[in-house]
Structure formats: structure tokens, C-alpha cells
Design a protein around this ligand. Structure first.
Ligand code: SF4
Ligand code: SF4
Length: 164
């Protein structure tokens, strides 16, 4: 894999059986790089949770027009999402505080919870993909089976509401 490509690390069959395709090790070091360099999509569910905290839409959405993002539920289908606002000049997420912690940690968007992973629907079931190492500093792609935590990562993703 080069540092700019995505890699499939696991396949999830219909019965939630996990097939590990690639052994990796990931342990987030909280560097906050992903909160600074990415455009973060938020779904309507994410927005509802954030509004309940008392924020107004114009405080955290870049604009009110939606974009389409790939759905994990259905192959080749898309859902509406919005992009999180960045702070002026520094270009980092509006929810990143002065200590580089997320102000809405418990309520953060799903895409933040699953980063640096993504889930795609495919003919064979769900595919778990890892983003390129160049945009996350904690992915080790060169580990042996013993050190790998691919299965644990996938189990965590399966425990999230979005896969229900
Ligand atoms: S919502 Fe929180 S975790 Fe997500 S990009 Fe913003 S600061 Fe980072
Ligand atoms: S870039 Fe990777 S290691 Fe850094 S905070 Fe984001 S997920 Fe964690």
C-alpha cells in the first residue's frame, strides 16, 4: 500500500461474521490532526444531537446546503450530510478547544467516532476500510497477527448505532 491509498482491512458478512483481510494496529494518540485537515460530514442525526447541547446551526455548519455522501447501509446509495464549520484563519474544526480536545466529545459526529476508518457496502457485505496513513499518525500497517487489533476495531464499529 502506498501512503495515499485506502486499504480494506475486514469484510463483514450478513450474519455479522468478521473476516480479517489485513492485520493492522491502531491506537489513537489524540494528535487532533484529523480535526484540522479534514472536511467533516455530519448527518441529520449528528446535527440533532449537537443542537440538543444548545448550539445553533450557524455556529457549527459550514453552510446550510447539504452534500451527498456514500451510505453504508446500501450499495451505491447516498445520504444527505452537511460539513462542519472551521475556525477562521486556523482552519480547524470549530469544536476543537485550546487544549486540542473535542468540546463535544460524547456527542461528536459519527464520522469522527469511526475515523480513521470507513465502512462501505459491497456485493460481499460491508467492507471496513482504513484511510491512508498520511492522514492519521497512529496506524501501523506492518504488524503480525499477534499484535494486530483489526478484529477489535471492527467489533467496535459493529457496536455503533449506524450499522444497525
Ligand atoms: S467534532 Fe470534535 S472530533 Fe470531530 S473534528 Fe471536530 S473537534 Fe474533532
Ligand atoms: S489523526 Fe489519527 S491518531 Fe490523530 S487524533 Fe485523528 S484518529 Fe487519532
Amino acid at each position: 500500500m502506498d501512503d495515499h491509498s485506502e486499504t480494506i482491512i475486514a469484510k463483514i458478512k450478513d450474519n455479522n461474521k468478521i473476516e480479517v483481510v489485513r492485520d493492522i494496529f491502531f491506537d489513537c494518540n489524540n494528535c487532533a490532526l484529523c480535526c484540522k485537515i479534514n472536511e467533516i460530514p455530519v448527518t441529520e442525526k449528528d446535527i440533532t444531537r449537537i443542537l440538543e447541547l444548545g448550539f445553533e446551526l450557524d455556529q457549527f455548519l459550514k453552510e446550510l446546503s447539504p452534500v451527498l455522501i456514500r451510505s453504508h447501509q446500501k450499495k451505491d446509495s447516498f445520504i444527505k450530510a452537511y460539513i462542519l464549520k472551521k475556525k477562521p484563519f486556523v482552519k480547524e474544526c470549530v469544536f476543537l478547544d485550546e487544549n486540542e480536545k473535542c468540546k463535544i466529545h460524547k456527542y461528536k459526529p459519527l464520522s469522527c467516532c469511526i475515523y480513521p476508518f470507513a465502512v462501505r457496502n459491497d456485493d460481499e457485505g460491508l467492507l471496513v476500510i482504513v484511510h491512508p496513513k498520511s492522514v492519521c499518525t497512529s496506524i501501523d500497517m506492518a504488524v503480525n497477527k499477534k499484535k494486530s487489533n483489526t478484529r477489535k476495531i471492527v467489533e467496535f464499529l459493529l457496536s455503533l448505532e449506524f450499522l444497525e
